[in-house]
Write a protein that binds this ligand. Structure first.
Ligand SMILES: [Zn+2]
Length: 171
């Protein structure tokens, strides 16, 4: 949303047979439409409905809606003073948006799949390939963040790399 804070709502679905999470990849179009309608009911009148993005991850369908200028004014001072400390990863697929997002909001063109559930190969989180335009845009923002906050200290990087490597071996 071009840097505007957003409201976020997410919904997941469970199989009535197994109780397990159902990948958005196999939701029917009716289930997806009902889910998007539910997200809009949850957000209700909050935010600017003319500035929305609906996207899916493998487990959730999500709605971003930009805050209105009045809502931004009512955020506490610490929100405005805080440095950004983290960046969400890319979505799996943009389903709908009222305005084109920045390159950093686009899905990776060739993501590695970090498997989230050993029972289902469809439940995974995309890991940036680091090479395509959206990944390069996100990487640039990470560098900016790290310079501003000292985030991702070097002593943790080895553990992060190992965890990601273990996850990749799972698929
Ligand atoms: Zn990529």
């Amino acid at each position: 949303m071009q840097g505007t804070p957003v409201w976020l709502a997410s919904v997941s679905r469970h199989s009535p047979l197994t109780g397990g999470r159902l990948s958005t990849q196999i939701w029917s179009s009716e289930t997806m439409q009902q889910s998007i309608a539910l997200l809009r009911r949850v957000i209700g009148p909050a935010g600017n409905a003319s500035r929305e993005r609906v996207f899916r991850m493998q487990i959730t369908a999500c709605l971003h809606r930009a805050l209105t200028p009045d809502e931004i004014d009512r955020l506490p001072p610490y929100f405005h003073a805080a440095e950004p400390i983290d960046l969400a990863g890319g979505p799996v697929e943009i389903l709908y948006e009222t305005e084109p997002g920045l390159p950093s909001t686009r899905p990776c063109h060739n993501p590695d799949r970090y498997r989230l559930d050993q029972q289902s190969s469809m439940l995974w989180m995309p890991l940036d390939c680091g090479q395509c335009p959206p990944c390069l845009a996100r990487a640039a923002l990470h560098e900016e963040r790290d310079a501003a906050t000292g985030a991702a200290p070097k002593y943790l990087q080895q553990q992060i790399d190992r965890a990601l490597s273990d996850g990749k071996r799972g698929h």
